[in-house]
Design a protein around this ligand. Structure first.
Ligand code: GLN
Length: 199
């Protein structure tokens, strides 16, 4: 019998809900490690970019010399899953960013930050995600972005009843506006693990 070594998945640990993602990944049998330096990044087969505050993650990634290594890893096909602020970091274009805010890019999408209004505005919704099958995804939105434009070659994974796109995938990149790591939803992380194992 062949025993597969569990893939080592990094969680970008500059700011945001790092611990929750580490717990989900460990629960799925992966080795989960925080990524704070380029060396950490070089040692992982997949990466989660957590929710938090995208403008802070952007600034700290430059301060810690991680911006260019992450961009290079994305270009080389590293599987990456971004939630909320993480989705913003994966977008090629951003609307309503702070002055000078940059993203890593990789997904040919336009995201709008804080798209549902005031800083504290949060809500939950059950979403049908055909890629994941039954049951629907119970999605928690916290000061969430939306995907305003989806380029050719980007698949919509999840949308609100009014058609607003809140989950996308292209190649080895997945992004959701919501936070599966907060309520025991593990299927997006499973997808990431499958992509990491396939490499
Ligand atoms: N509003 C935050 C941002 O702009 C994202 C919120 C979140 O990650 N829950 O980065």
């Amino acid at each position: 019998m062949v025993t597969a070594t569990p893939p080592r998945i990094g969680v970008l640990a500059l700011q945001g809900d790092v611990r929750e993602h580490v717990q989900v990944l460990r629960g799925l049998g992966a080795e989960a490690v925080p990524v704070r330096r380029p060396d950490d990044l070089a040692a992982v087969a997949g990466l989660v970019i957590p929710g938090g505050e995208s403008s802070v993650i952007d600034k700290l990634s430059r301060t810690f010399g991680l911006r260019e290594p992450i961009r290079a890893a994305i270009a080389a096909g590293l599987p990456v899953y971004g939630t909320c602020a993480g989705l913003i970091m994966l977008a090629d274009r951003i609307v309503d960013g702070i002055d000078g805010q940059q993203t890593f890019g990789g997904l040919d999408i336009t995201v709008r930050r804080n798209a549902f209004g005031g800083q504290v505005f949060s809500f939950e919704a059950d979403l049908t995600v055909p890629e994941l099958g039954d049951p629907p995804v119970h999605a928690v939105f916290i000061r969430a972005p939306i995907v305003e434009r989806v380029g050719p070659g980007v698949q919509t994974l999840a949308a609100l009843p009014d058609g607003t796109v809140v989950g996308v995938r292209a190649g080895n990149l997945i992004g959701t506006s919501f936070h599966p790591e907060m309520n025991g939803e593990t299927r997006f992380h499973r997808l990431l693990l499958e992509m990491a194992r396939g490499r």
